[in-house]
Write a protein that binds this ligand. Structure first.
Ligand SMILES: [Zn+2]
Length: 430
């Protein structure tokens, strides 16, 4: 057979060694050894001993705000609420060109890290936000050959609280934004929050769209919009199509109530996204000590069979002064905060940055299997646990059958008496 790219000797996430043959934009074969006449192979790439994984997927991001850190000023309190106010100051200053330029730059970073699909919320609170909507719709088209960008209509200032948010959110959906979002905990009252969940889910049901709401991103144990979200999911028959993002109030909720809540989330097949880097830095800001960490109850949800993924949320924006587009940074923080340190839990922590978020986005075409889309990443690590530990270089990134990023392996030269001339931090083989 004609093979465009043949990867030899890679280690799959399950530990098996395999060759992978790529034809066009598809994975044509995966086998312990693929023999082919070199004449019929476009390129043979030796990846012996390196982990080959499905691409990273970020299910929760804000691309309209990314790389704007410091504009027009920085967030001095570090809180969610000052970040929202700061974003309100920045929005009237945005142009389509600058938002598009920053989005495309971020996508370059993403590709270099093997991050090939991103779900980004885009503000739909008022007319000024439409600049971001238009810019990200353009960005979605520009990156389509190599990155899946899915957009969520997100009335950041409140679906009812901001006077134009409903009109602008509907307009954004008419313009082609993919998913319905919301922010019930930011509405004026608990009751308005509840109504916003109901109305937004009805809009999604009418239009046949997915739902992903910022839900209960607060330290208030009484913020319980996730309960309403599971109720509306059941009532409207949206099972499997709805996601609750953040769910940080669950960190502070009464444990008896959580024992009722988790089965409701599981029954409605609502997915959950924790954003560990952001949750750990934004939540608990009003506490003295002990200081709550804010991240939702990840291991407990996994134990209930709820689909949970890690999201990046922010990189260099009004809410977060750090970030690199590396989903392994996100997963690394996540497994620490969630205390997921057993071998099985660490492997699950890796999947929460690859296959689990792909399922939330509905990207059924991703994965290392014959016939699936030829999108993958090769890491300078032996297995998923080592990848989490090292957050290593991405040696090769293939998207839709094309090599889109490469990096040379580079050990550190040493000048030590009686020691080797170079070192890397991979685990010594026994
Ligand atoms: Zn967010």
């Amino acid at each position: 057979m004609n093979i465009d790219i043949l990867l030899t000797g890679g280690t799959l996430p399950n530990g098996q060694t395999a060759d992978i043959a790529i034809q066009g934009d598809r994975i044509a074969a995966i086998a312990p050894e693929i023999t082919a006449d070199p004449e019929t192979v476009g390129e043979i790439i030796d990846i012996s001993g390196d982990l080959v994984s499905p691409p990273f997927v970020d299910p929760h991001f804000h691309m309209d705000a990314t790389l704007s850190h410091g504009l027009p000023r920085i967030n001095t309190s570090g809180t969610l609420l000052e970040g929202i106010a700061l974003w309100g100051e920045l929005k009237p200053l945005l142009t389509e060109e600058t938002v598009l330029d920053r989005a495309l730059t971020y996508c370059d970073w993403a590709v270099s890290m093997g991050l090939l699909a991103i779900r980004s919320h885009v503000d739909t609170s008022d007319e000024t936000a439409l600049v971001g909507v238009r810019a990200l719709l353009e960005a979605r088209e520009r990156v389509k050959p190599y990155l899946d960008l899915q957009l969520v209509a997100f009335p950041q200032d409140g679906f009812f609280r901001a006077p134009k948010a409903k009109d602008i959110t509907l307009q954004a959906l008419d313009m082609g934004v993919d998913v319905v979002g919301g922010i019930p905990h930011f509405e004026r009252t608990m009751e308005d929050g509840r109504r916003s969940v109901t109305e937004l889910c009805e809009i999604a049901a009418e239009r046949g769209l997915l739902v992903d709401m910022h839900c209960d991103e607060t330290d208030d144990p009484m913020s319980r919009h996730i309960e309403q979200l599971t109720y509306e999911t059941q009532r409207l028959g949206l099972q499997g199509r709805v996601t609750g993002s953040h769910l940080t109030s669950m960190h502070s909720m009464d444990t008896y109530y959580v024992s009722k809540l988790l089965p409701l989330i599981a029954e409605a097949q609502v997915s959950a996204i924790a954003n560990p880097l952001i949750n750990i830095t934004i939540q608990g800001r009003h506490d003295t000590y002990p200081k709550r960490r804010g991240m939702t109850r990840v291991p407990e949800m996994l134990a209930q069979g709820i689909r949970v993924a890690w999201g990046q949320d922010c990189v260099l924006d009004p809410w977060y002064p750090l970030g690199t587009a590396d989903m392994l940074d996100v997963a690394f923080m996540g497994v620490h905060v969630a205390q997921m340190t057993s071998p099985a839990a660490l492997r699950q922590g890796f999947e929460m940055a690859t296959t689990a978020p792909a399922a939330i986005l509905g990207l059924t075409d991703l994965g290392l299997a014959v016939g699936k889309r030829a999108s993958l990443v090769v890491l300078d690590a032996a297995d998923p646990i080592e990848a989490l530990r090292l957050r290593p270089d991405r040696l090769l990134v293939v998207s839709k059958g094309k090599v889109v990023a490469r990096k040379e392996r580079r050990d550190t030269d040493l000048a030590l008496p009686g020691r080797p001339a170079s070192v890397n931090r991979r685990r010594p083989r026994r």
